[in-house]
Design a protein around this ligand. Structure first.
Ligand SMILES: Cc1cc2nc3c(=O)[nH]c(=O)nc-3n(C[C@H](O)[C@H](O)[C@H](O)COP(=O)(O)OP(=O)(O)OC[C@H]3O[C@@H](n4cnc5c(N)ncnc54)[C@H](O)[C@@H]3O)c2cc1C
Length: 324
């Protein structure tokens, strides 16, 4: 805030002494304090991505082949061909292209092992919890949330291991919806999820933490000590060694196993979604030939020898995470 005072106008600091709103008004009476940010948004990412893919597939009408989507098709390795193009190998065949963009996030080191210490897979846990029956639109005693939450350092978690909560809207007749989308609890997971790249199962200790802790961290007037989950799942994040995504062309001089024509846009750490869209746009601008100074991308996201050297002097991802 000292460095850019314009941010101060966007955020209010709420202490236990604050009123209007107080911590109780924000329905977090046990919190040590809060930052209240008025400008926020939430989105259902699967729906957004499915909508984008459907629109792109629609451009294939009348026999045009503008967009080719191959789902469930893992790239097994990349090969540089003698004419300078890249051959992308998959179990269903190969494809050659002059330019290839890796948006492989946590899995980047599978194709480029040189990224192993720069982007580390970390498993996160997520749940969709059924709200208490009294929490309904129109019930002034226990209305649905109008705000979303990020909880930093709750319980035995350190500052790096945050929880987050967004409530889904209710259906028009209030009979369905309202699920509390609560994620986190990573310090309860085996090895805090670090190095885990398999999301085919949930992490039960983290899942249990989420089902129970929701009744403690927010005032939802739950008579039960644990909420029921309609869904629970895990996913893999790509934690970046210097906390910034890696965006740009993997030229040979970087020594990251790439070469001219191979681009990357990956390493979005925890809350990556606010960063992915414009980083992806910047990566495509670079692929289309724009110079880096013409592209809207923070310098700290760009690939360079200097950044690599600086990043590799920093603590490794698991140490940073443990230190908080
Ligand atoms: C449980 C959980 C909760 C989260 N909650 C939030 C949140 O509330 N807010 C927020 O901003 N962010 C959140 N994130 C982080 C957010 O999901 C990521 O930052 C974001 O999805 C990164 O986008 P991406 O496209 O770069 O990578 P990803 O969404 O990770 O996509 C990478 C894709 O590449 C594919 N892939 C990888 N390797 C290969 C290969 N060899 N061949 C073919 N395909 C491959 C993968 O299958 C995957 O589909 C959460 C993450 C998790 C796991």
């Amino acid at each position: 805030m000292k460095e850019d005072p314009s941010y101060s106008d966007l955020v209010s600091v709420i202490t236990p002494e604050s009123s209007n709103p107080s911590l109780a008004d924000l329905r977090i009476p046990t919190a040590a304090g809060a930052f209240l940010q008025k400008h926020a948004a939430s989105v259902w990412p699967y729906k957004l991505v499915a909508w984008m893919l459907e629109r792109l597939l629609d451009t294939n009408e009348n026999g045009a082949l503008n967009f080719n989507l191959q789902t469930n098709t893992a790239v097994t390795h990349l090969q540089k061909s003698s004419d300078g193009s890249w051959i992308v190998h998959t179990p269903r065949g190969m494809i050659a292209a002059k330019k290839v963009l890796l948006t492989t996030n946590a899995y980047t080191s599978h194709l480029l092992p040189e990224f192993s210490d720069l982007i580390v897979p970390v498993r996160g846990e997520m749940s969709s919890l059924i709200p208490p029956p009294t929490m309904k639109p129109g019930n002034d005693e226990n209305p649905p949330f109008e705000i979303s939450y990020g909880f930093i350092g709750n319980g035995r978690q350190n500052r790096h291991q945050d929880d987050y909560l967004i409530q889904r809207p209710y259906s028009k007749d209030n009979s369905t919806g309202g699920e509390l989308m609560f994620g986190g609890g990573r310090s309860y997971a085996a090895k805090a999820g670090l190095g885990v790249s398999d999301d085919s199962s949930i992490d039960e200790p983290s899942a249990e933490y989420l089902r129970r802790e929701i009744t403690v961290v927010v005032d939802i007037k739950s008579e039960e000590k644990e909420l029921k989950a309609s869904y629970e799942w895990s996913g893999i994040m790509g934690y970046s060694r210097d906390d910034r995504p890696w965006v740009g062309e993997l030229t040979e001089e970087l020594g990251l196993g790439g070469g001219k024509g191979l681009f990357v846009c990956a390493g979005f750490t925890g809350h990556g979604m606010p960063n992915t869209c414009l980083s992806g746009k910047a990566a495509v601008d670079l692929m289309l030939g724009k110079k880096s100074e013409e592209v809207d991308l923070p310098e700290s996201y760009c690939l360079s020898k200097e950044r690599l050297v600086k990043a590799r002097v920093l603590d490794e991802v698991h140490i940073v995470d443990a230190k908080g």
